[in-house]
Design a protein around this ligand. Sequence first.
Ligand code: ADP
Length: 502
Amino acid sequence: MFKKVLIANRSEIACRIIRACRELGIKTVAVYSEVDEKALHVQLADEAILIGSAPANESYLNQDAIIKAAKDSGCDAIHPGYGFLSEKWEFNERVRNEGLVFIGSEPEPMKLLGSKVQSRITMIEADVPVVPGMKSASTDIEDFKKMAAEIGYPVLIKASDGGGGKGMRVVYEEAELASSVEAAIRESKSAFSSDVVFLEKYIESPRHIEFQIAADNFGNALHLFERECSIQRRHQKIIEESPSTALDDKLRKKMGETAVNVIKAAGYTNVGTVEFLLDDKKNYYFLEVNTRIQVEHPVTEMVTGIDLLKLQIRIAAGEKIPFTQDDLLQRGHSIECRIYAEDADSNFMPSSGKIHLLREPKGNGVRYDSGIYEGTDISIYYDPILAKLITWGADREEAIIRMINALKENVILGVKTSNRFMQNVLEHRDFKDGKTYTNFIDSHKEELFKNDDDELELAKCAAALFEKHKPRKITFGGNEESTSNPWAEVGAWEIAQKKEVR
Ligand code: ADP
C-alpha cells in the first residue's frame, strides 16, 4: 500500500480522499492555490503545499507544480479526484514517467474514452448500443446533413472532446444545421482546444442512467449497479439516486452486463462510470465512460456498502477486488443533492462570498460530504460546489423524506445556495412518483422556481445569526458582560439580500 498520497484537487472531493487515505493508514499531502490557503482540505491533510495563484491554470492545472510537490514531499502516488487533471491522459502518463502512481486507469484507455467519437467506434465494434448517429467526425457539412436526414430531426451536435455538459447543440430543422455545426466547432475549439464535432439523434426526454464499474489488473471486472442522474441543469447533474425507478431486475442485469462489456472493450481498469441514456421505450444507448471517481459516487456507497474511494486506491496499489459480482446487493435507496453556491432564480449563476453561518444537517441516514466550514471564503475561480448532501432510507420514500428534512436543516448563510430549489424538486409530485427525465427542470419551471418564502428564510437566518452572537453571560446586576454585534460581521451581505427580496 502507498505511504503518502498527494491529492491534486480541492474542496469536498479532496476532503473525501483525505479521509479514505486516513482509513488506509496513508499520509496525505494537499496542494492549494493562494486563495485556498485556509480551505478545509488544506486543514485536513497531513501536509499542504502552495502550488500557485488562484486561476486554475496556474495552480490545480499546473502539472509541473503538482508533480514537483509530490516528489518534494516524498509521495508515492497522486490522486486526481474529479475535474481538473483527472481525465487528462497526458498528465496520467507524465505522473507514471516520473515514477509515481496515478490513482486511476492506465493512460491508453483514458485517451480512447476521452474521445466521444473514438469510444463510439470502439463500442459499435463491441456490439454495444450507441445513440444513432455519425460513426466518425467530419468537417463537411454535407455529412451532417446526410446523417440528420437519415435519422430524423431533432439531432444533437456534440463536441467529441467535450465534458461537463458543454459543447452541445440541439438542432430541430435543416435550416439551422450549418450554423449550429459552425458554432459547435467554435465552442469546442475555445473550451476543449479541439475542432472535432459529430452528430447524433437527440433523444427527447430520456433518463440518464449510469453504471458504476470496477476492474482490477487481474482480469476481474464487475459493476456496482446503477445511478439515475436525470435531474440536470444545463446538461449537468444536480440530483442523483440509486436504484433507478425505471429499471427492473431484468433490465438492470442486461445494462450491467453491457457496462462490463464496455470497460472490457476499452481495456479499462480501476473504478469508472459507464453512462447511458434510456428512452421511453426502455431502449438504452451508450453515451460515454467517465474515467475517474464520480461526484455522485456516495449513493452507490450507501446502497452497496462498498467504499469506492478505498477500492480505487487499493486497485491502483495493485490489489485484487476483494468481492465478486454475486457478493453485491443493492440495499435500500440513496439520494444525493449537490449543494452549489449558486442562484437558481438567476439561471443558476454562481455566487461567491464568505460563509457566515453553517448548520450542517444531521440524523439517521444523513451523510454530508463537505468542503466548507463557517468562515470559508467561496471564490469565483472554481466549480461552486460546497457540499453534497446524501440520504439513505430503507426505501425511496424514506430517502426522500430524510432528504427534505435534511435540506430544511441545512443552513448556509453568506452565499446563495441551491438548497431551497432542491427542496422544491424533492417535494414535487412527479419526483415523488419517479417521473424523472432529463427535461424535468425545464418542464416544471413554474413550480420549481417559486421562492415566495425568501423573506422567511432571511428572517430565519437573521434569528440564527443573532442566536449565535447574542451576549452569553449576564452579570449579577443584569449587565451584559459581552456585547458582540452580529450585524458588524454580516456587513454588506445583509444589505444585498434585503435589496433583492423587496
Ligand atoms: P458530457 O460529457 O458533457 O457530460 P454527455 O454525453 O455525458 O456529455 O451528456 C450529458 C447530458 O446531455 C446527458 O445526461 C443528457 O442529459 C444530455 N444528452 C447527451 N446526449 C444526448 C442525446 N443524444 N439526446 C438527448 N440528450 C442527450
